[in-house]
Design a protein around this ligand. Structure first.
Ligand SMILES: [Zn+2]
Length: 313
């Protein structure tokens, strides 16, 4: 029964399995490039297409590698209430308090970002353009996920409150319908971040505290909505797919007061700033002679098998 339900809900909310959704993740990586200083643009601009198409590799790996899943979220409400003083921000201390098993069960997103930035710093020191691009694409992905309230909340798809599908509504449907039409993306130039850990936890805390609003506002809207008007059917790749109706998406976006736009803009700014910080910490190596060879690599292809571990739909 559970399996059947999962298959059906996969069809209905087919885009909701991917973090911010393909569209937003690609936009975040792409727009982050344009906030970089000229010394970095010489490498990042020629790789713009690579960074765009590989923005969702991290999600596709969730079908292939079991360890990948917990890197995309943290069910931080498991550890008490904001600002979660019991939860150590250092991985080592958190392992001592909770064990690595428990941390993995509830998601390791903020710790994993720190590790990725260190790896990117090393790639800059080594002058390894392929690694720089691969890690940059992934960091954009994880930093993007960290900005999504429902990636910092155990009720991640409204499954505890009868709001299944809200994950994709917030992070896929709103950006797809509204972003290019009405979002202001420009978030200023990339800047140096003194403490990646503090900054990442700040992002995650903001997300966690917004999750309440995300869920509550949808509940209020849904309860007041005329029945039969909330969903619409549309054709996608020749199939009839049920999805949230455009007017419902617009109404939800409006009661959230521009939250999705602000989080997306913040994700663009943080992504570029994390890349920039890794480069500065590596001693600002000259990049104009580096060339990435992987730019013609195809993006990771997900298997057709179900995702390993926590399901987002
Ligand atoms: Zn993700």
């Amino acid at each position: 029964m559970h399996h059947i339900f999962r298959t059906i809900s996969l069809l209905i909310f087919s885009q909701s399995v991917y973090g911010w959704g393909f569209f937003a993740h690609q936009r975040i990586n792409r727009l982050a490039v344009f906030t970089l200083p000229p010394d970095m643009l010489v490498l990042y601009k020629p790789n713009l297409e690579y960074l765009t198409t590989h923005a969702t590799d991290a999600d596709k790996r969730r079908y292939i590698i079991a360890e990948e899943g917990p890197r995309h979220y943290i069910d931080i409400d498991h550890y008490g209430r904001p600002p979660f003083p019991e939860l150590p921000r250092s991985w080592q201390e958190a392992v001592i308090r909770y064990t690595a098993d428990t941390l993995n069960r509830y998601g390791i997103l903020p710790w994993y970002i720190g590790q990725m930035v260190l790896r990117l710093t090393k790639a800059f020191r080594d002058g390894d353009a392929d690694k720089i691009m691969k890690l940059s694409a992934d960091i954009g992905h994880y930093v993007g996920d960290a900005h999504v309230p429902l990636h910092a909340c155990s009720n991640h798809n409204g499954q505890l409150t009868g709001q299944e599908g809200i994950h994709g509504l917030w992070e896929s449907r709103i950006p797809e319908l509204m972003a290019d039409k009405s979002f202001r993306y420009w978030a200023g130039k990339a800047h140096y971040i003194k403490d990646i850990s503090t900054s990442t936890w700040q992002i995650v805390l903001e997300s966690a505290m917004a999750a309440d609003t995300v869920l509550r506002q949808e509940k209020i809207l849904s309860d007041a909505y005329p029945s039969g008007r909330k969903f619409a059917h549309e054709r996608r790749n020749g199939k009839l797919v049920r999805n949230y109706a455009t007017t419902y998406v617009e109404n939800y976006h409006s009661v959230l007061g521009g939250m999705v736009e602000r989080r997306m803009r913040a994700a663009i700014s943080a992504t570029a700033s994390y890349w920039y910080t890794a480069w500065v910490n590596a001693g600002m190596p000259v990049l104009n002679r580096l060339k990435a060879g992987r730019i013609t690599d195809p993006p990771v292809q997900p298997a057709t098998a179900p995702m390993i571990g926590r399901q987002e739909e």
